[in-house]
Design a protein around this ligand. Structure first.
Ligand SMILES: C[S@@+](CC[C@H](N)C(=O)[O-])C[C@H]1O[C@@H](n2cnc3c(N)ncnc32)[C@H](O)[C@@H]1O
Length: 255
């Protein structure tokens, strides 16, 4: 267990060097003054750990530039990256990728999910954009994954429909990505034993799923509380899988 925990390092994204990753999967802060503790999110805020580092709107472009530099210097020659984005600042991410010398935008995926802030005043968004970028002209891609995405109906690598998997009885990390979504992209974009890197890893979910799928991983975050959540998630997925029930979503909108 300690060996796996040590692959989560508390450090700034800009201080990584020569990781030589096959695949980067990363989910930058949204730039929306997000604390993860907002009452309109669908959970008890007391269970959510603190310490999430948000990026302010004025610095957002510069931070994305630093993230792209981090990706460039830590990818293998034919490595690739998937960058998640909420809708608010996705134009900034798009423009920065297009203008970045040495990384190529190959396409965009959309993750649709069962969660949206309770917005009474306007339609709520429940989609993330995922930018697919490559370092060179060659990359790994598998046509089929083993989730429902490819096992039921026609696989369509533009729209990924996965529910968030809430957990009970453990500390929570704001914006934790669900297991099956990560399984889907990891199986499509990497091979067994590949090295997967996430410099903004939060709960460390990218590492949990990589490990379960026999990929190697390395990751980091500035928030030391993220590592506490990672430890609980490892315990859940490696030791107690199935013993703690996933939380059923309340049907609050029907009341
Ligand atoms: C959207 S969250 C990632 C959530 C993660 N994908 C998960 O599944 O839990 C973005 C993370 O970036 C971290 N962060 C912000 N600035 C950072 C920096 N300069 N270096 C490292 N981590 C940073 C935040 O603390 C936060 O945990």
């Amino acid at each position: 267990m300690k060996e796996i925990l040590d692959k989560y390092v508390i450090k700034d994204m800009s201080s990584w060097e020569n990781v030589n990753a096959d695949l980067v999967i990363t989910d930058p802060p949204f730039g929306i003054e997000f604390s993860g503790k907002n009452g309109n999110y669908h959970r008890n805020a007391d269970n959510v750990v603190s310490g999430y580092v948000e990026w302010s709107v004025p610095e957002y472009g510069e931070k994305i530039q630093q993230l792209l530099e981090c990706i460039k210097k830590n990818l293998k020659e034919n490595g690739q990256a998937l960058i998640f984005s909420g809708w608010n600042n996705s134009n900034v991410i798009h423009e920065k990728i297009i203008g970045f010398n040495g990384l190529t935008l190959r396409g965009k995926l959309y993750w649709t999910y069962n969660f949206a802030p309770a917005c009474k005043m306007r339609p709520a968004h429940n989609v993330y954009e995922i930018y697919w970028i490559t370092n060179g002209d060659r990359w790994h891609f598998h046509n089929r994954c083993s989730t429902h995405h490819c096992q039921i109906g026609e696989p369509n690598l533009t729209t990924l429909n996965f529910k968030r998997d809430y957990k009970v009885n453990m500390p929570k990390y704001p914006t934790r990505l669900p297991f099956k979504l990560l399984q889907c992209v990891i199986e499509h974009f990497s091979n067994k034993n590949d090295l997967i890197f996430d410099p903004l890893c939060g709960s460390g979910m990218v590492g949990v799923v990589s490990h379960k799928l026999e990929r190697n991983f390395i990751m980091g975050d500035l928030n030391k509380n993220g590592k506490i959540v990672f430890q609980h998630l490892l315990d859940y997925y490696l030791n107690k899988n199935g013993l703690i029930q996933d939380q059923k979503l309340m049907t609050w909108w029907k009341k």
